[in-house]
Design a protein around this ligand. Structure first.
Ligand SMILES: [Zn+2]
Length: 420
């Protein structure tokens, strides 16, 4: 049993200074002065203890392309730089090691769960299981040959076999991942919809920019969300990244379908796409999550930065009360319905827990710990990370993971692309 002792618990059924007792992969007790014999004790004095974050939308393996093509608009970036680089450099080994690098980067900002869409997703799963983090993997379905599937039908078949392979995994869940309504025909989208079993999850990019909306209108005579809905893919199991160019009528439609939205602000800003109106969505009860998007469009996987940006930018567009610190922290910790029992410290819930040190200058003084985490915290303050009851980061060091080796291997790979 693992005891996390005397930390200040937030996003928790008991808020304040408490001990947390973990048995196996679950929180079994939150109380004062828990006694007994323990296998391991983490002293969390002068620390905030909270649920780990879920990076709900990313493309982990794109760490190889970090900084390769910057200061471009979405379609230029994608068509003229990223798609050609992927055709040339993406393979099994690259996905494995570059995803691993990204997971380690994410853990340093208290991330314990990743929503991923890419290629060779079995390698993302392998990296997640080896490191011990959660991942929702989605094999990219797109209307042209990908590095590992000749056509969308093959990608759908691969998704089915991944589902079978990981059906009993505690850490990995498998989703369908049609790329977008501009890279897929309506027939392909319908084919994906017809492949879904009742509880299947779908990840997709939607309404990333006004230009995307115009492109889809010119291709299909309707907006992306309408295309998705007509294909039968706008459901309560659909997780839509971006939703920037989304009007009030579409927000109502998302609400009526109980579809999910993932906010990825830094990527949206860097590609000059715009601001997603998430405060309007949260206000009417739409489930909104936070993600970094891939490291080629962000260019890092720091969820603490992403959470802060998510809150601040809503204020710029919608006023100072648009997004408070407690609300945004809850959005960033949850992945409702995917892994039940994460995102909230509670007896019986999964033990996905981060311990944040308060020894930094920026943590003096603290009046409101939610405000501290959202507006002042740095990822260097993240001290310990526990996922599924296992300590992965301890005193800022990875347990049983050779960080230097992972960095070295990605650096070596980058040399063929002109990396230093
Ligand atoms: Zn994306």
């Amino acid at each position: 049993m693992l005891l996390i002792k005397n930390g200040y618990c937030i996003n928790s059924e008991k808020e304040g200074y408490f001990d947390i007792l973990v048995d196996g992969n679950r929180i079994v007790k939150i109380d004062k002065d828990i006694e007994g014999g323990f296998d391991e004790i983490i002293d969390a004095k002068d620390c905030v203890v909270m649920p780990t974050f879920c990076n709900a939308h990313t493309h982990l393996a794109m760490s190889l392309f970090r900084g390769l093509a910057d200061d471009l608009e979405l379609m230029d970036w994608l068509n003229n730089h990223i798609f050609p680089a992927e055709a040339k450099y993406v393979n099994k080994d690259m996905v494995y090691i570059c995803s691993k690098l990204s997971m380690l980067e994410g853990i340093r900002s208290a991330t314990g769960c990743f929503g991923d869409m890419y290629f060779f997703e079995e390698e993302v799963a392998r990296a997640a299981i080896e490191i011990g983090v959660r991942a929702i993997i989605g094999e990219g379905i797109i209307d042209f040959p990908t590095p590992d599937c000749k056509n969308p039908k093959e990608a759908v078949e691969k998704t089915k076999s991944l589902k079978e392979e990981f059906k009993n995994s505690e850490l990995v869940k498998v989703s369908y991942a049609p790329h977008s309504t501009y890279t897929l025909s309506e027939d392909t989208l319908k084919m994906v919809a017809n492949s879904l079993d009742e509880n299947d999850i779908v990840q997709i990019h939607i309404n990333e920019s006004e230009r995307e909306v115009e492109l889809v209108k010119s291709q299909k005579g309707k907006r992306p969300l309408e295309v998705l809905n007509d294909a039968g893919l706008l459901t309560d199991r659909t997780f839509m990244a971006h939703c920037v160019a989304t009007d009030d009528e579409e927000i109502e439609l998302i609400k009526n379908k109980n579809a999910k939205v993932i906010n990825v602000p830094q990527s949206n800003f860097k590609l000059a796409s715009g601001i997603a109106p998430i405060c309007k969505m949260v206000k009417i009860g739409i489930d909104v999550y936070i993600g970094t998007d891939g490291p080629a469009s962000n260019n890092n996987l720091d969820m603490i930065e992403e959470i802060r940006t998510s809150s601040l930018v809503q204020k710029i567009k919608f006023g100072e009360k648009a997004m408070d610190s407690k609300t945004i922290l809850k959005l960033a910790s949850n992945f409702n319905g995917l892994f039940d029992g994460i995102g909230y410290l509670k007896e019986g819930n999964l033990a996905d827990i981060a311990v944040v040190s308060l020894e930094g200058i920026e943590s003096v003084p603290i009046y409101n710990p939610y405000s501290f985490i959202v507006y002042a915290l740095n990822s260097r303050d993240v001290r310990d990370v526990i996922v599924n009851g296992r300590v992965i980061l301890k005193n800022r060091e990875f347990v049983d993971i050779d960080e230097e080796e992972v960095k070295f291997r990605v650096k070596e790979l980058s040399k063929s692309l002109g990396g230093l």
